[in-house]
Design a binder for this molecule. Sequence first.
Ligand code: ZN
Length: 224
Amino acid sequence: MPFPHRLVEGYRQFADGRLRHEQGRYRELAEAGQSPEVMVIGCCDSRVSPEVIFDADPGELFVVRNVANLVPPYTPDGAQRAVSAALEFAVMQLKVKHIVVLGHGRCGGVRAFAERDEPLSPGDFIGKWMELLAPVAAAIGPRSRHASLEEYLSRLEYEAAVHMLGNLMSFPCVRILVEKKRLQLHAAHFDVGTGLLSAFDPAAKKFASVAGADHALLFAQPRV
Ligand SMILES: [Zn+2]
């Protein structure tokens, strides 16, 4: 079975471009190991790659992605938990200084939760996973209280990212480092349609655009 053509072509481009220009950096990273300062918890959605959005070089971001960028609360029950394992490694081994929960617009996982879609398989893995949003849904009130389904979904996306910071704090290793001011937690949201990035301001208790002036300028210019 042939390897996907798109991936072969993509790798060719990478090898001829980025790898050629950054050989030294890759070698250095191979020898010294990685030391990213930022962990990003993002969604699997193919439109919201953190490395692309933040224009990251190899070795700069430690990324874990799952459906709807969720963080299960601390549960030391011995079960296999991918997010907990990545979190433990990022915090205790890599000693990252920031953890960013990156939500996004038009999230299929959030929509599946809101619309209570029929399970895609008998296992209903998405349905069970998305139950992590139940406390967020309870906090923002029923869908009927929102102007439209789109407004409700958007509210869920933003509030979920903030709620996940609370779940992160339920991990003792995270809480201790945050309290010692050696680790900062951030909630952010990327709007797929407009490309606008916003981050939660805990003091103002609301999201504010990141580099909003640059973004506004970009869209003010005529597109060719
Ligand atoms: Zn998503």
